[in-house]
Design a protein around this ligand. Structure first.
Ligand SMILES: C[C@@](CO)(OP(=O)(O)O)[C@H](O)COP(=O)(O)OP(=O)(O)OC[C@H]1O[C@@H](n2ccc(N)nc2=O)[C@H](O)[C@@H]1O
Ligand SMILES: Nc1ncnc2c1ncn2[C@@H]1O[C@H](COP(=O)(O)OP(=O)(O)O)[C@@H](O)[C@H]1O
Length: 305
């Protein structure tokens, strides 16, 4: 047992997000290709008498520090499963945009599972951690997994996807977030208008073979052309100004552009690191976003430092 340890965990972008009809349980069946990018939160767990959370970083003020924080929920779930007291102080150093469609909360949940398992000396297997992650949220297993993976079911059933080389991304971070349930709800509303939103009205989602080939071959131009997100019309409907952001990135020379997950962060693929820096400069000057980040990937999932 150690008295303090830190886990590093990445953000994600969905390079494909195919959304099936709304299921009876309210969730949507997905075929999504998660891609982990080098933009990280760090969660440090230290010995304490009770479970407490602190957060630092530019968005810290909008992150809950009570039991609704995904890191706290993860610690409690793990402790309950092993019959131990959830005694830990969790400090989150947050660099992943909050409510931005980049799975920052899920990342902290995954990191807390790994950190508390080590702090409490539980020795949970990878399989056990993945099972707990799936109970915490649809995106949490991928934050453990990292790399590139196809997510099916709610997004929690993962299969590793083959890739070559590195891809270079630019992220335009918006002012304020979008609620994930609200974006799925808007997707359903738009689908109802077009004829139906349930599982019988919407085709079953499937991974795009062209996108998988582009990833396997390390072909950035082909990946850029294949990017797709079924939640994008809903995110644009709730936040019409995102169309300006997407256009600004395309005009700046990005070879692919899409809303990241449920948004409102917009993700742009660049040919190489130099082009990414140039797209980032143009986006920052465009006045269509709060700030701009560059990151390469794929990178590993939650890892104990
Ligand atoms: C859209 C995605 C794309 O990766 O992520 P974000 O872009 O928000 O980060 C995910 O599907 C978000 O996953 P996550 O944020 O873990 O969602 P959960 O906590 O499991 O569920 C929150 C809510 O989202 C909706 N939801 C989530 C997953 C899914 N397959 N179908 C859904 O309809 C439901 O309304 C659910 O109550
Ligand atoms: N550790 C956490 N970091 C960020 N947000 C959190 C965390 N725990 C709970 N939340 C809540 O989850 C909401 C969604 O946050 P986040 O996971 O960053 O976005 P998204 O679901 O778009 O990827 C936030 O608005 C916040 O209220």
């Amino acid at each position: 047992m150690s008295s303090s340890l830190t886990v590093r965990v990445p953000a994600k972008v969905n390079v494909q997000l195919a959304v099936g009809g709304r299921r009876a349980d309210g969730f949507h069946g997905l075929a999504t290709v998660f891609f982990a990018v080098g933009l990280y939160d760090h969660v440090t767990a230290s010995a304490a008498d009770a479970l407490t959370i602190t957060v630092e970083g530019p968005d810290a003020a909008v992150v809950p520090t009570d039991d609704s924080n995904l890191a706290a929920r993860a610690a409690r779930l793990l402790a309950a499963r092993y019959g131990v007291e959830p005694r830990a102080h969790l400090h989150i150093s947050k660099d992943i945009p909050v409510a931005g469609g980049m799975a920052g909360g899920s990342a902290d949940g995954a990191a807390a599972l790994v950190a508390c398992d080590a702090l409490w000396g539980l020795g949970a297997s990878r399989e056990e951690l993945f099972e707990l992650a799936g109970e915490l949220g649809s995106d949490v297993p991928f934050s453990l997994h990292g790399g590139v993976a196809l997510g099916e079911g709610r997004g929690e059933r993962l299969t590793r996807v083959e890739t070559s080389g590195s891809f270079h991304w630019v992220f335009a971070v918006a002012d304020g977030g979008l609620s994930t349930p609200a974006v799925y709800g808007e997707c359903d509303r738009l689908r109802e208008l077009a004829g139906g939103a349930d599982e019988f009205s919407v085709p079953a989602p499937a991974a795009d073979p062209k996108l998988l080939a582009a990833l396997a071959e390390g072909d950035a131009a082909a990946l850029g052309a294949a990017l797709s997100n079924d939640l994008q019309p809903a995110a644009l409907s709730l936040r019409p100004s995102l169309a300006d952001t997407l256009r600004a990135g395309q005009d700046a020379g990005a070879i692919g552009a899409l809303v990241s997950g449920s948004g409102p962060t917009c993700a742009f693929l660049a040919k190489d690191a130099r082009e990414a820096a140039s797209v980032a400069d143009s986006l920052a000057a465009s006045g269509t976003c709060r700030n701009v980040r560059t990151a390469a990937g794929p990178v590993p999932g939650a890892v104990l430092l």
